[in-house]
Design a protein around this ligand. Structure first.
Ligand code: PMP
Length: 403
């Protein structure tokens, strides 16, 4: 006890990093406030509106006067049943409503899961590059993130050999997103089968499979670890409405999980947020059981933009990229520019390069270090074709000035 001193914050805060994507967006807004035309390619957010039929369902829900009370902690039964039908329709998976817990965004779903399965000092293998939040949430749950890095040459994917080498008696879970934020990589069924083959030797390990970009997949069918034989019993699917249905602000995510995990998440959520917004859930029932035409139109637009950005970045000397198969990000390796300078500005790393691009090109992107890959940058192509063309042209000019 520190008697007599000022009140102190908890030590927990010391291990947490601030969300880098949000920090960059703040800086970009500052430049904008000074009158600069900043193109923001930082946030992981669709630039489309939520489809009209989902908006209409929300209006109807409000007008019905039936959606103003606390909702059941794991979500409305009709929504959980709708999600179970979606899992059958899209993924061939059999879940009951009791296996589904709906949360205030997939971000909350993820922390519910980690708090439910991770004990102090348990290791969680995080496929790297990873979505920033994974590592911070593992730490929040007092676990130890173990980073296993997929290289650009291997489409940023982790191999079965790498997975096997990373497993220790303390490994509690593995976690990854596919399609991946930040790389756009998509694990095929065969690749997941090969990883599952390794996990067969370790039946005590959970798989946390973040499938929130499921509907933004350019290559073909979405593959889920839960659909691989023998894996459903220990796979926790995390999914949500933010990306595929362009519903980031509505705050709705969910898990599909073995019953004991679902019950644990329900218990935790019951003491944190309770059930998520009633109106959002009512609209989501319509979204999850409705047609995917609008979702597919958005996907087509992302694919067109992926091709556009990929071809423009390919014209820049020194940039190396993979070909993202899903999501709306590209994650170029920019390490060829480290050690170069322009005037007084020296580029030592991807944070410096990100700041340089913001100040010189007025384009904001996120440094790869935030995703565990300090040679790279993340560019979101959830922006208009015009913005993307202009941004790539400005990035090219700025990078050409470095010597
Ligand atoms: N997982 C990944 C991989 C994401 O990119 C995001 C959003 N950026 C989330 C989860 C969280 O989504 P939600 O809006 O549902 O909290």
């Amino acid at each position: 006890m520190n008697q007599g001193s000022t009140p102190q914050l908890a030590d927990r805060l010391n291990v947490l990093a601030e969300s880098a994507t949000i920090a960059m967006a703040v800086k970009a807004r500052e430049l904008q406030a000074q009158g600069h035309d900043v193109i923001k390619l930082t946030l992981g957010e669709p630039d489309f509106k939520t489809p009209q039929f989902i908006q209409d369902a929300a209006v109807e829900a409000i007008q019905s006067g039936n959606h103003f009370k606390y909702t059941p902690v794991p979500g409305y039964p009709a929504l959980r049943e709708g999600i179970a039908s979606k899992l059958k329709r899209d993924n061939g998976l059999d879940y009951k409503a009791e296996n589904i817990v709906v949360s205030t965004g997939a971000k909350q779903s993820l922390i519910n899961v980690l708090l439910s399965v991770v004990n102090k000092d348990d290791e969680v293998i995080v496929f790297t590059p990873y979505w920033v939040t994974y590592v911070e949430q593992v730490k929040l749950a007092e676990g130890v993130p173990v980073l296993v890095e997929g290289s650009l040459e291997k489409d940023f994917k982790v191999t079965p050999e790498q997975l096997r080498a990373a497993i220790t008696p303390k490994t509690k879970a593995i976690m990854y997103s596919s399609p991946c934020n930040p790389t756009g990589s998509v694990y095929t069924k065969e690749e997941l089968e090969a990883l599952a083959e390794v996990l067969k030797d370790y039946p005590e390990i959970f798989v946390i499979s973040d499938e929130i970009y499921e509907y933004i997949n350019f290559g073909g069918e979405h593959a889920s670890m839960a659909a691989i034989e023998g894996m459903k019993e220990r796979t926790i699917i995390v999914n949500g409405f933010s990306k595929g249905h362009a519903m980031t602000g509505w705050r709705l995510g969910y898990i599909a999980a073995p019953l004991e995990v679902a019950k644990a998440c329900n218990k935790i959520q019951g003491q944190v947020t309770s059930g998520t917004c009633a109106i959002t859930q009512a609209a989501a029932i319509t979204a999850v059981t409705g047609p995917l035409d609008e979702t597919n139109k958005m996907k087509d637009a992302y694919l067109r933009r992926r091709d556009l950005v990929k071809s423009l970045l390919d014209e820049i000397d020194g940039i190396k990229t993979n070909l993202p198969q899903g999501a709306f990000y590209i994650f170029p390796d920019v390490s060829a520019f480290f050690g170069k300078s322009f005037g007084d500005t020296k580029i030592e790393n991807s944070v410096d390069l990100t700041m340089y691009l913001l100040n010189e090109a007025h384009v904001s992107v996120v440094d790869g270090g935030s995703f565990g890959a300090p040679k790279c940058l993340r560019i979101s192509f959830a922006a208009s074709d015009e913005e993307l063309k202009e941004a790539c042209s400005r990035i090219k000019s700025a990078l050409e000035k470095l010597a």
